[in-house]
Ligand binder design. Structure first.
Ligand code: 1SD
Ligand code: ZN
Length: 266
């Protein structure tokens, strides 16, 4: 079956709103962060991130990205700009086919090489991830930029897992689990935050983004394992006119409109 949307061509980002009207809304993501315009709010309390009970037991290639699913557990993301408790549902990345592109958000117009999204849902107000997905304050996405540089030992295990889900719909159990905190930058105090949306259809306006200022570095060899993923099924072939490799899976930045981006630091 043909995918309902894509990152280029006739079903690319400019056409998403034809099937997914929220994509035309006024609080869409990603956005360009103009650092000098961010409103400093050092009064926000610290962000609490507790992944100690995380049970990340499955990795999937969904044809748009890889995704590591977390089973229901007592992970917690709260504090900072968040008014509720959030629980980790999954994490995934967006990346480029070549250096200098791949992140969804940009900083003063500049792309990083990839962007990691830790997707959390609000367990105070909703019963399931599905309920939370389409409602304001439903999701919180903790975001880390990825930059090509030195090898990252926190990524070693992820790279090994990526090799097991090369094709669309490939799935693999992670027997001994995966500690997602290995993928976050050291400096967790400095971040930007704003109210946005899912960056993929249906583009629901349900997401509070929290974006770390400090990028994490991974090696050229490590990013290659992302670029080597395939966008089609083992038994199939690439859709005509669409890239064989899964990359450049980032949405162009969307207008900020009247939103304000807050910075946790001076
Ligand atoms: O792209 C993801 C999508 O795969 C899904 O995870 C959705 C939440 O269910 O979130 C978007 S994103 O906004 O985190 N990129
Ligand atoms: Zn994402």
């Amino acid at each position: 079956m043909m995918a309902l949307w894509a990152y280029s061509g006739e079903r690319g980002p400019a056409h998403w709103c034809e099937k997914f009207p929220d994509a035309n809304g006024n609080r869409q993501s990603p956005v360009n962060i103009v650092t000098k315009n961010a409103l400093v709010d050092a009064s926000q309390g610290p962000l609490t991130i507790d992944y100690s009970s995380a049970r990340c037991t499955e990795i999937v290639n969904n044809g748009h990205a890889f995704q590591v699913n977390a089973q229901s557990s007592d992970t917690n993301l709260s504090g900072g700009p968040l008014l509720h408790n959030y629980r980790l549902a999954q994490f995934h990345c967006h990346w480029g086919s070549k250096d200098g592109q791949g992140s969804e958000h940009t900083i003063d117009g500049k792309h990083y090489d990839a962007e990691l999204h830790m997707v959390h849902w609000n367990t105070d107000l909703f019963q399931t991830t599905g309920d939370a997905l389409s409602h304001d304050k439903g999701l919180a996405v903790l975001t880390a930029f990825v930059k090509i540089g030195k090898e990252n030992s926190g990524w070693t295990k992820l790279v090994a897992l990526l090799n097991k889900v090369k094709c669309k719909d490939d799935k693999c159990c992670i027997e001994d689990g995966f500690d997602p905190s290995m993928l976050l930058p050291e400096n967790k105090k400095d971040y930007w935050t704003y109210e946005g949306s899912l960056t993929t259809p249906p583009c629901y306006e349900s997401v509070r983004f929290i974006i770390y200022r400090e990028p994490v570095e991974i090696s050229a060899q490590q990013i290659k394992s992302l670029r080597d993923l395939l966008s089609y099924k083992q038994s199939g072939q690439p859709e005509s006119g669409h890239p064989e490799h899964l990359s450049d899976n980032y949405r162009p930045t969307m207008p900020l409109n009247s939103r304000v981006i807050t910075a946790s630091f001076h």
